[in-house]
Design a protein around this ligand. Structure first.
Ligand code: TXA
Ligand code: MG
Length: 368
């Protein structure tokens, strides 16, 4: 199959492909999605096949607003209605009880459905032009990081899907927050740019955090609420380690400026020494730091055995979330054996960032 690549002028053609039952990758504000008609079992099967993803891992259904959502769920609860009005379009996926309209192939056999209205003009137009809700997981091959630009999609899925709509690099870079509203207490199943703090303040109600988020792993016997959790998540080819100090780990943001600098220097020194040793053993090493700590590391080596990448600035968390998956893909391409990454703050959107970093590192964290 030849994959057509178009800019946003290709939306009408893309909508036609969706209506015929084909697959189109498109930009959202979080990551690129691989879209197909959410009402069609065949389209869902094609999505699983293209990604190489197990078919009991349900898909998120993308809608252009509350109206589109109504026929898909048994009830838009009071909480759901308020959240949709406040956060849609935006990076918040809501789980509700589904109606017959959603085939079991799309919902992975569950009696609930995940709904999301993306804050991206291209995505919203594609949904309206198609005239159907669009099921879309992230547009990566299973086991790769979510794509944050069209080139990532082409690399993973080129030749396996009908079309890629190129809307440029995404703004957020980590997948949407998922909130389960199908039980009495709302539960966060996946952290994203809309934070648990924000959600519970807005609802005036406690929001639970799914234990799988905190442990990062799910045991064989555990029946995870977000079935995606039970599958091996993306991890780079390299063995990745997060590194931090006890001081920062225990006190986080409360740490003063001077202590912060001490902590940064200590972390950087440890990473530098470790990297030197591994380079001398012939390993290829990647370092992931922030703008503020970049001066503590050496320049990249001309032969490519050492590269230091800047995630973004601590002052602006979104510069960090936006770069993470792209930089991890780069380390893979550079065939790094080890990656050392500075741990970031867990606060606010940092919780989503650290969640993805911990998964990529297989929960390996070194505390100095
Ligand atoms: O930002 C995003 O949400 C992106 C863009 C493309 O919209 N999509 C995305 O989809 O990240 P995906 O398939 O990679 O992740 C969907 C997650 C999976 O872990 C799945 O288990 C969970 O959502 N999920 C979907 N339906 C669910 C349901 N009914 N109950 C619980 N979890 C569900
Ligand atoms: Mg995904």
């Amino acid at each position: 199959m030849e994959t057509i690549i178009r800019g946003i002028e290709g939306i009408e053609e893309a909508a036609e492909i969706i209506r015929r039952g084909g697959l189109v990758a498109f930009p959202t504000e979080t990551v690129y999605g691989l879209g197909g008609n959410a009402l069609s079992p065949e389209a869902a099967r094609k999505i699983y096949a293209a990604k190489g993803r197990p078919s009991d891992n349900p898909l998120i259904v993308h809608v252009s607003g509350i109206k589109d959502a109504e026929p898909l769920v048994t009830e838009i609860t009071e909480n759901a209605r308020r959240l949709m009005a406040r956060f849609w379009p935006g990076p918040l996926t809501l789980i509700l009880r589904k109606t017959e309209q959603i085939p079991r192939e799309t919902s992975g056999g569950l009696d609930t459905v995940a709904l999301r209205c993306p804050e991206n003009a291209c995505a919203l137009r594609l949904i309206s032009e198609s005239g159907v809700p669009i099921a879309a997981p992230s547009a990566n091959l299973s086991g790769k990081p979510s794509p944050t630009e069209a080139g990532h999609v082409a690399k993973d899925l080129g030749g396996r899907i009908d079309m890629i709509l190129d809307g440029g690099p995404v703004g957020i870079g980590v997948e949407s927050s998922i909130l389960d509203l199908s039980a009495d207490t709302p539960i966060l199943l996946r952290p994203g740019a809309v934070t648990a703090e924000e959600l519970s303040a807005f609802l005036g109600q406690k929001v639970g955090i799914d234990p799988a988020i905190l442990s990062g792993t799910v045991s064989e016997t555990m029946h995870p609420r977000a079935p995606g959790m039970k599958y091996r998540h993306y991890a780079p080819e390299a063995e990745m380690y997060l590194v931090t100090t006890r001081l920062f780990r225990d006190r986080g943001e409360a740490i003063g400026r001077e202590e912060r600098e001490l902590s940064d220097r200590r972390t950087a020194r440890w990473i530098r020494e470790r990297a030197e040793r591994e380079l001398s053993e012939g390993k290829r090493v990647g370092i992931l730091c922030v703008k503020e700590t970049r001066p503590f590391y050496p320049p990249d080596s001309p032969d490519g055995t050492l590269s230091v990448k800047v995630l973004g600035s601590r002052e602006e968390m979104l510069t960090m979330t936006r770069s993470l998956f792209r930089l991890l893909r780069e380390f893979d391409e550079e065939k790094k054996d080890r990656i050392y990454a500075e741990s970031c703050s867990d606060r606010g959107v940092g919780f989503a960032l650290m969640n993805r970093m911990r998964k990529a590192a297989g929960m390996r964290e070194i505390i100095l």
